[in-house]
Design a protein around this ligand. Sequence first.
Ligand code: OKP
Ligand code: ZN
Length: 343
Amino acid sequence: MDVIYSPDHALHQSPGELNSGEFVAAFEKPERAQIILDRALAVGLGPVLAPERFPLDAITRIHDAGMVDLLRHGFAEWEKLGRKGGAFPFTFFTRGFRADRVPQNLEGRLAHYCFDAGTPLTATSWQAIESSAHVALTGAAAIVSGASSVFSLCRPPGHHAGSDHYGGYCFLNNAAIAAQHVLDQGAKRVAILDVDYHHGNGTQQIFYQRDDVLLVNIHATPEQEYPYLLGFADEPGAGAGEGFNLNLPLPWGTDWEAWSAALETGCRRVAEYAPDVLLVSLGVDTYLGDPISQFKLDHEHFTRMGERIAKLGLPTQFVMEGGYAVAEIGINAVNVLTGFEGR
Ligand code: OKP
Ligand code: ZN
């Protein structure tokens, strides 16, 4: 399958993150995408293509224009204030604060739109963020043009970014932007299968009230794991979207036996929905050696995962999300794709 990739991802390099009370080196780093690309080339997955450019409108179909403006211009304001390091919020929006009033002040806007202490903006972050969305959009365009599969090697990832909030190393929701593009080009139904270790809270928020996107999420239970505040089993969707969100939370320590049972449940729901297109939010942080995760999947299980997804027989776009065992991330991610291709 074609691989969509831009070296511009490296323009986002987080200066670090607050993790369990300490400021530590970022887990989400440029080497991740480079190593996945190297592995894709090594196994001859397919031609590597640069993304096309898309109008900003393709992004604001999903995201709040004020948030996009902060992502584009926030760091320049930060720098003007004489700040060093990355642009992090200090305050976080929560119950009791004004939701209806977007602050003009930079700190206020960071508080309004950003929900964690792991997702700083730097001087060149926007170029990487936008290129990641374009990598997803270019993959979506390939599917619209009739490709049976494509791999959008997105970085930074996207599934924690909601319509008007960002965090979890994610700024724009690449998968949601791709799904919307496919719908705007005439598809009636899109399914998103999110296999990242973490719950894709942003994707869920974006499509929660809609029935033209089915979201199936397999992830570590929010009772134990980030993002803590969403991703429980009793979140079925609302309004027209009721019945079109399926969360399959699993406990720390989950192995392939239990994980693959959830995948089976998820795949059956996808098949029942009979979408025109399947989008896979591909995180490989379910790997047993992942430094921030607690599941037990090994290399060969990623191959099995790809094989099961292929059995759905749908045009499928893979969109890269998480995975932090950097040395093994190429093997794990590409195993899903070669498993899908039946090799
Ligand atoms: C992004 B993706 C808590 C650390 C949590 C945020 C994880 C974001 C994961 N001590 N850090 O879903 O892979
Ligand atoms: Zn993750």
